[in-house]
Write a protein that binds this ligand. Structure first.
Ligand code: GLV
Ligand code: MN
Ligand code: MN
Length: 416
């Protein structure tokens, strides 16, 4: 087995961090990193990636869902494919690593492999969308890769633009969406990602393999009451939609605190008409509910929606609710995660596997291909925030484990 003693992993790690910072300069909001699905700065991201991939001699393309692809073919045309991927979109005012780190580490691993032949094709993907910010539904990119994006084409963003139109406006051909579905035999999917939580840091560990990704549900909710004069309407005669929403938000917090492992978040709210001297006649807000066990999540969301109904009735409001998405908890593949565990052990990283509370494209790929994830420690457990960071030595460790994983996988494929 090649032992990679000549490989300068520290420089590759440094390069990966610099690349994340470079990609973070491509934003639709000056002064902060915000890059939604098929927004103009995604073009800059793609052309930057093109340059890095060209230096490695990779074949690149962009599919109809805006996913970026770079492929290194095995000499064996019968070979299966290993996907290494993560996403290129961000939340508003994001950090530099959630998503892009996994893509640049894919390229870093290919650079570390150099000319070493492996008995599988290596295919790096930068997904166009994972966060669900623009259209309220996540995983548009990975869903296109597994062939399940079609039903999402008529979703609209805040400006009323559909996914279909967004694809056309970007200059891509929506009629070719079915061709974005990956054909050919996939032996596995590997995603590197920052942990986005505090567990590895609390354990004093740099890295951890993921056993499962928690299930999640997202809803749009709206209370409607009656807008009226803020100065003349006595408190007992009001039908204030925003105070109803406030009561719901606190009830959701209380329920989540009382249920081990449950997280519930109202991350967006808008009061209408939105003036200091008008009682809010409408409150539109989101609800995000997650738990590692689907049963607990489903029970919790049923109770939360019942709570919203009770609040509406008591306050003489009407309630509208819409399920934006529901994804079951997704176990990672036992064999690939076991191999990742071996690679971690071999590189001196022990410790048990983690459950991911954050959603990941591996939830989508895990429905059709054996999928696994490696988490890199998040200092301070901070993510979805510009302070999100990662340590260079942890990224170097991730590259070493990644290369070890690729060689173990090569041995396994050869023995097939
Ligand atoms: C994606 O980052 C999510 O879990 O919301
Ligand atoms: Mn992510
Ligand atoms: Mn994210």
């Amino acid at each position: 087995m090649t032992n990679f003693t000549e490989t300068d992993f520290a420089s590759l790690a440094e390069q990966a961090l610099v690349r994340c910072h470079t990609l973070a300069t491509f934003t639709q909001e000056p002064g902060q990193l915000t890059r939604l699905f098929l927004s103009p700065p995604m073009r800059d991201v793609h052309s930057q990636l093109e340059g890095w991939a060209a230096a490695l001699g990779l074949e690149t393309s962009i599919d109809a869902a805006g996913n970026w692809h770079a492929v290194r073919h095995s000499a064996d045309l019968e070979a299966r494919t290993l996907l290494i991927a993560s996403h290129l979109d961000t939340v508003p005012n994001a950090g530099a690593y959630d998503g892009p780190l996994g893509v640049v580490l894919g390229l870093g691993l290919l650079e570390a492999l150099g000319d070493l032949a492996v008995p599988y094709h290596l295919h790096v993907v930068g997904f166009s969308e994972e966060e669900g910010v623009r259209f309220g539904v996540p995983f548009l990119g990975s869903r296109a890769l597994v062939g399940t994006a079609e039903p999402l084409l008529e979703l609209t963003d805040a400006a009323g633009v559909t996914v279909r139109q967004a694809i056309g406006d970007y200059g891509l051909d929506v009629s070719a969406l079915s061709e974005a579905r990956l054909r050919g035999e996939v032996l596995g999917y590997l995603e590197f990602h920052i942990e986005q939580g505090p567990v590895l840091e609390a354990d004093g560990r740099a890295l951890g393999a993921v056993s499962a990704v928690a299930g999640q549900s997202r809803f749009n909710l709206a209370f409607t009451g009656k807008a009226n004069h803020a100065g003349t309407t006595p408190m007992h005669l009001r039908r204030d939609a925003l105070t109803g929403a406030a009561e719901f938000i606190l009830a959701a917090e209380t329920q989540a605190r009382q249920t081990p492992g449950l997280v519930a978040t109202v991350g967006f709210i808008e009061a209408r008409p939105g003036a200091s001297n008008v009682i809010p006649g409408a409150a539109h807000f989101t609800l995000d509910v997650r738990h590692a066990e689907d049963e607990v999540r489903r029970r919790a969301q049923t109770e939360l929606l019942e709570t919203a109904g009770r609040i509406a009735a008591a306050r003489h409001l009407s309630l509208k609710q819409e399920v934006r998405m529901e994804v079951s908890a997704t176990p990672m593949d036992g064999v690939l995660t076991g191999l990742l565990g071996e690679a971690l052990e071999a590189e001196g990283h022990g410790g048990s596997t983690l459950v991911s509370g954050a959603g990941h494209d591996a939830m989508v790929t895990g429905t059709v291909w054996p999928s696994t994830m490696l988490f890199v420690r998040s200092p301070g457990g901070i993510s979805h925030h510009p302070d999100e960071t990662v340590l260079a030595e942890d990224v170097e460790a991730a590259l070493r484990v990644g290369v070890r994983f690729l060689t173990l996988l090569a041995e396994r494929e050869e023995g097939r």
